[in-house]
Write a protein that binds this ligand. Structure first.
Ligand code: NDP
Ligand code: MG
Length: 380
């Protein structure tokens, strides 16, 4: 029986991973971790019976210990707890569905312990791709992409020789404000930005989709996952999210993966790779669909994507600055302390003030994150 551990089990990807587990009935969940949602964690413990659970917040962990005193589960907390869940000895796959740079250390620890990674957490590759990819090779572990675009590319490359790959065509819906000018976006409120046209996701990534920072993070992830240079990763707007991404080969052939927008498909594909399993849900009906349209991304009005390319080209610690400034700005936007357009402005200001460190070690990445947060807090 396949055994998995999940970081971020109460979130959008985490709960959908558990739906896939429930529907298939042949995966054992050995360990779970979440931030503070102990009500849902308790339900998950009673249903999936993990041996080990981490709650980031120690007070909440203590509450959960009391609630689950009748069960044989060990409840841990903090970074030590996350590392324990990531390296839980019985699991062979770690699903990284936690949000933010907090996912880096547990992911590295899991890889060092020989576990395959079903990777949803974007920040890991964006900030530490130069550490993660060689480590995966050294340890002989697989990085199985969960993000729909990267899963699509991974599926298109199945059985193909990598040297034949010329270009990645990363599709994007364009988010709820596609087609708007900066002027038309200056008064956007969190409730407007939280309405994604096709996908239901966590709050942070939904805002990132509206600013197109999410696509920028995905371009950076694609570079590491598939070893493609930035100039060979092209973002293509495809508003209905039917084509999840495409690859172009040296002979001009283009392969695409299509489907209805449902994250359970890439999650299930990562968990069972290379096997394909039945997945309940709507199928594409091309007679009803009639057309699929394409556009060029608007990098003038959606500065987040242009800045991501810039950060990727500078490399080293610059993607960490891009990511950390965005994390803080998004949280400020959601709390009413930053305007929508202010998100890209903060990223740009932090990037301009930073002198990139080449090949940063994990400690330097985390130090750069601290520096960026302080810079944005003091100057923006
Ligand atoms: P959510 O906000 O829905 O969930 C985040 C999860 O992380 C929750 O379980 C949360 O716990 C947990 N968490 C947060 N902080 C901590 C912490 N300090 N310690 C332990 N657990 C913590 O996010 P999503 O599921 O949307 O996204 C997760 C990751 O996957 C992100 O990196 C995102 O970019 C990526 N992703 C998401 C997609 C999607 O469709 N949602 C698609 C592709 C990638 P709690 O509930 O207790 O706060
Ligand atoms: Mg995506």
């Amino acid at each position: 029986m396949k055994k998995i551990a999940i970081l971020g089990s109460t979130g959008s990807i985490g709960t959908q991973t558990l739906e896939v587990v429930r529907a298939n009935g042949d995966i054992e969940v050995t360990a779970l971790a979440a931030g503070s949602n102990i009500t849902l964690l308790e339900q998950q413990i009673r249903e999936f019976k993990p041996y080990l659970v981490c709650v980031w917040d120690e007070e909440k962990a203590e509450e959960l210990r009391i609630k689950t005193a009748d069960l044989p589960v060990k409840i841990v907390s903090g970074m030590e707890g996350l590392l324990e869940v990531a390296t839980e000895p019985k699991s062979s796959i770690l699903v990284t569905a936690i949000v933010g740079m907090i996912g880096i250390r547990p992911t590295i620890a899991a890889m060092e312990a020989g576990k395959d990674i079903a990777l949803a957490n974007k920040e890991t590759l964006v900030t530490a791709g130069h550490i993660i990819m060689p480590l995966a090779k050294e340890k002989g572990v697989r990085i199985l992409p969960v993000d729909s675009e990267h899963s699509a590319i991974f599926q298109c490359l199945n059985g193909e020789q990598r040297q034949g790959l010329r270009k990645i065509l990363l599709t994007a819906s364009g988010g709820p404000f596609r087609g708007r000018t900066r002027e038309q976006m200056k008064d956007v409120r969190p409730e407007d930005a939280l309405k994604h046209p096709n996908w239901s996701m966590g709050r942070k990534i939904t805002i990132d989709s509206a600013t197109m920072v999410n696509k920028g993070l995905e371009v950076m992830e694609a570079k590491w996952l598939f070893g493609v240079e930035p100039e060979n990763i092209q973002v293509v707007i495809q508003p209905k999210s039917i084509i999840h991404s495409m690859v172009e080969f040296t002979d001009g052939a283009v392969l695409a993966q299509l489907g209805t927008p449902d994250m359970k498909l890439p999650i299930q594909y990562a968990l069972y790779y290379p096997e394909r399993r039945y997945l309940a849900g709507d199928r594409l009906d091309f007679w009803k669909l009639k057309e699929i349209t394409f556009e060029e991304p608007d990098m003038e009005n959606f500065r987040g994507l242009a800045l991501a390319y810039e950060a990727m080209k500078k490399g080293g610690s610059m993607p960490t600055v891009f990511n950390a400034a965005n994390e803080l700005a998004v949280s400020d936007f959601l709390n009413g302390r930053c305007s929508f357009l202010g998100i890209a402005e903060r990223i740009e200001a932090a990037m301009q003030a930073h002198k990139a460190i080449k090949n940063p070690a994990v400690e330097e990445i985390l130090e750069t994150e601290r520096w960026t947060r302080e810079y944005v807090t003091v100057h923006c």
